[in-house]
Write a protein that binds this ligand. Sequence first.
Ligand code: ACM
Ligand code: ZN
Length: 765
Amino acid sequence: MRIYSFYYLLLVSIFLFSCTKPLEEKAYNTGINIVPQPASVVEMDGNFVLNANTVFVTHNDSLAHIASYFQKKIDLSTGYDLKTVSSATSNFISLKTDLALPLNEEGYTLTVTPNEVSIIGKTPQGVFYGLQTLLQLLPAEIESKAIVKNMAWTAPCVAIEDEPSYGYRGMMLDVCRHFLDADFVKKQLDIMAMLKMNRFHWHLTDDHLWAIEVKKYPLLTQSIRHNADGTTHQGFYTQEQIKEIVDYASERFITIIPEIELPGHALAALTAYPELSCTGGPFQLRNKWGIEENVYCAGNEETFAFIEDVLDELIPLFPGEYFHIGGDECVKKKWKACAKCQKRIQEEGLKDEHELQSYFVHRIEETVLKHNKKMVGWDEILEGGLAPSATVMSWRGEEGGIQAATMGHDVIMTPAKWLYVDHGQGGIEVEPIAINFVTLLEKTYGYNPASEKIPAELRKHVLGAQCNMWTEYATTPEYTEYLLYPRMLAVSELNWTPNEKKDYNSFEKRINNQLVRLDNHGINYHIPLPEGPMADVVTITVMDTITFNNTQNLPMHYTTDGSRPTVNSPLYKQPIVVNDDTQINIATFLPSGKMSRVREVSVVKDIPHPAYSGITTSGMKRARAEGEFYFVADTKDAQWSEPIVVEDFNYKPDLDSKGAYSYTGYFEVPEDGVYYLSTEMDELEINGEVVLSNDGKLIRHSHNRTSLALEKGKHPFRLLFINNNIGGYPRIWNNKGFYIAQKDSSLKPIENVSYKSQDNIASKQ
Ligand code: ACM
Ligand code: ZN
C-alpha cells in the first residue's frame, strides 16, 4: 500500500511538473537573487545566453584552473562540454586579474552583456567569486548534478562591482559530539564556496571524541564512546583524508582552521593518555554533554611534551595561517586540588588558576609561533592575561571581542546570541530539540560584526564573523544541515555585504532561489513550520478559533479531512473556526513548491474534568525506586520507597545514581478552562491518565505538549522521573516538574501543590 501511494505521488508530481512553467520562468528564478548581495549591481537591458558554444577565455594558468572548476559544474547541469580558449569574439566568458582594481583582495567586477561576460578579479580568488556570482545570475538549476533538459540558461545583463566587507567569513563544525564524515564536510565546503565563505573552523577534539589521526599517539583515535543507552559512537579522519579535504577546500578558496582543544575539553586525550591528567584517571569518553572537570595537568611537563608533539605533527597538515587552541570552559577544580599544578603556580609566581591557564596558553603559543602560525582561542583566553599574538574568538557575547580589540588584538565575532546555529529557529512547540531557543533567521541576519560598542578606530581588528555548529543535539547529518541552513546564508551576507546595504526583506526573497540551489546539493534546510497552537492537541470547550503563522509569512495550505495538504489544498488566510473534533493538517510552502513537515493538530471538544473537592495539605509526595531504569516500562515492577513529603520539584539526585522518582499530589487551576501542559520528565498522569509521555526520548525544551479542559480547583497528578541519560542529556538537568498555562500565555512551572495523606504511590492515586 505504501509503495503504491509513493508511486502514485511520484506520477502526480511528474504530471504537475510537466504542466507548469519552464524552470527558468519559475518565480524563484525571476529577478536577481544573489547571496551574498554584491556591493554594487547595475542592471542593464538584455541577457547573455549560455549555450554549448560558450567558451571561457583566459591566458593565465591559475585562471584556467578556476575556469575548469566551473566548466565541470556547468557541464553537469547543462550537458555541455565547455572549453577554455585563448581568444574569442562572441559568446565568451573572459577571466582576468588586475592588481590595479580599486577593490580589496577578494574583489571583482562582473559585466554581463549579450555578447560576452567579463570577470576581472583583483586576485584569482576574486575571479572565483565573480564566477560564483555569474552562476547565481543563471537559473538555480545550474547547480544540478544531473542534466536539466530544455532550459534556457540566460543571465541578465548587469555591471557588478563587488568586494567583501570582511576577510574572515566562517563556519565552525563540531565533529566530536557527533562525528560527520569527509563527504559531509566536502558537501558543506561546496556550499560555503557558493556563498563566498572562506574559513572553515574544524573543531576536531573534545571531551567526547578525538577526531583526527595522530601517528605518534595512535590511542587518541581508538577510544569508543559508550552512550548511556548502550549504543556507541566513534569516528575520525585519517591524515590522508585531512589532506584531501584541505586540498578540496583550497580549490574553493577556503582556508581550514583546525582546533585542538586545550587545556580543557581534553577528556578524549586523557582517556587515551591518563597520565596527562591531574589525577591519573582512568577515564572514559564523556557520554553526557556539558563541561568536563578533568583537564590537562598544567603542572606536568609530559602534558606540554605531548601537546607539542601533537601540534608538530598536525600543524603542517594545514597550510592556513591560523591554528585554534580552544581555551574555553577550562574548569579549575582539578588544578586547585593537584599538587603539581599548585607547585607550578608557586614556582612561576602565578596569582591563581586563571593565571595558570594563561601560563598554559602562553607555552602553547610558542609552539604555534614556531610553526609560523597565528594562534586563535575562545574568549576565555583573555582571563589571566592574553597571549601576545592571540586572535580572540568572541563567543560568550561581544564583550570578549571588544576587550581584545581594545588591547589591539584581532578578533573573530561569533557571539552565541546571533551566531550559534545549534539554537532552534522557530517555536519550541514545533521545532526539533535544540540546545537553546530561539535564534531566528532574521536575528542572525541582523548581526553586525562591527559592533557599535567597539570604538570606530578599533573596528579594523574585527576580521569578520562565524557561525558555530555544535552537534550535541544534531544527532544526524540531516539535522545538522537543518540547523545550518538557511542561517548560513545570513552569515554569508552579514560578512560580505556592506552593513548599510543589508535588507532582510530582500534577503528573504532572494533565498527562495538559493534554496533551490541547496536542493540540488541535497541539503536538508529548515523550512518554517506552521506555529500558533501551543500544542498539537488543542482542547476546546466552546466554539473557538485556531490561528497559524510562520516565521517568514510564507503561504500555508491545510486540510481538515485527515489528508496530507498539498499546494492545491485551501490556503490558510484567517483563523480556522472550530466547534467540534477536527483534524487540521497544515504545512508551509516555498515558492519552489517544496513544503515543510506537515503539522498535525487535533482539535478535541471536551467538557472540563471535575475538580477534587476534598481536603488536602500543602506539599506533595516523592517516592524513589532503586534500579537501572531507562524506559517507563522498566519501572513496572519497581519497589517504591515509603514516600516523603516535599514542597517542590527542585530535587537533584546525584547525576550518576540510578533510580526513578515518582511525585504525586494535586495541582490547582484558578478557573474553569483549557490548560496547556508540558514536562521534560518521563511521564505525566493527570486524573489517572497519561497525558504526556517522553518515554525514552531526548527532551530538553519540551515541544511534547498537550491541553486539557479542567474545572476550577484541584486535580490529581503523578509525575515520573527516571534518573537516566538519554542522548547525552541527563534527565535531572530538566528536573523542574511540569508546566501549565492558559491559551496564548507562557508556560510556568507548577506551584502550590498539595497532597492527601492517605494516598500512596503504588496505587498511583
Ligand atoms: C564554546 O561554545 N564553548 C566555545
Ligand atoms: Zn595538575
